[in-house]
Design a protein around this ligand. Structure first.
Ligand code: HEC
Length: 107
């Protein structure tokens, strides 16, 4: 009877340990917005999930040939109908991931 009880509390202990380790590895521990999330929230409305939407005459990102420096410039300062995002991007990590995400949209 006593042994059974010890076994149960050990199981509970192990369970609570493993679930806290899991928590640390999820997105909640990230202290910046991921580039993909930023794209979903701010860019998809004109460019679409795959970059091809072309709303408000947005350019097709799957056919873009800009290098990462040019993309950074354009994202920060905007161009034509595209707004500037310099002040909405709070972390360089978000910006770099965003540029990586744009590159991944190219076929
Ligand atoms: C209001 C609509 C709109 C939103 C929102 C928008 N864009 Fe654009 N985007 C445009 C337009 C319009 C152009 C074409 C600008 C031009 O060349 O005159 C463009 C062009 C671009 C280009 C250049 C493509 C090329 O090859 O010339 C990139 C890269 C780009 N957008 C990325 C983004 C990213 C990243 C976001 C989100 C942070 C974003 N855009 C949000 C409208 C938008």
């Amino acid at each position: 009877m006593v042994l059974k009880y010890v076994g149960l509390s050990l199981t509970l202990l192990l369970y609570s340990c493993s679930s806290s380790v899991e928590d640390l590895s999820t997105d909640h521990s990230r202290d910046y917005l991921s580039g993909k999330k930023f794209y979903e929230q701010r860019c998809e409305i004109c460019h679409g999930t795959d970059g091809k939407l072309g709303a408000s005459s947005a350019k097709d990102l799957s056919k873009s040939a800009l290098n990462s420096g040019e993309m950074e410039e354009l994202i920060k300062n905007g161009k034509g109908a595209m707004p500037a995002f310099e002040h909405s991007i709070e972390s360089d990590s978000t910006l770099y991931e965003l540029i990586e995400h744009l590159t991944s949209l190219r076929k």
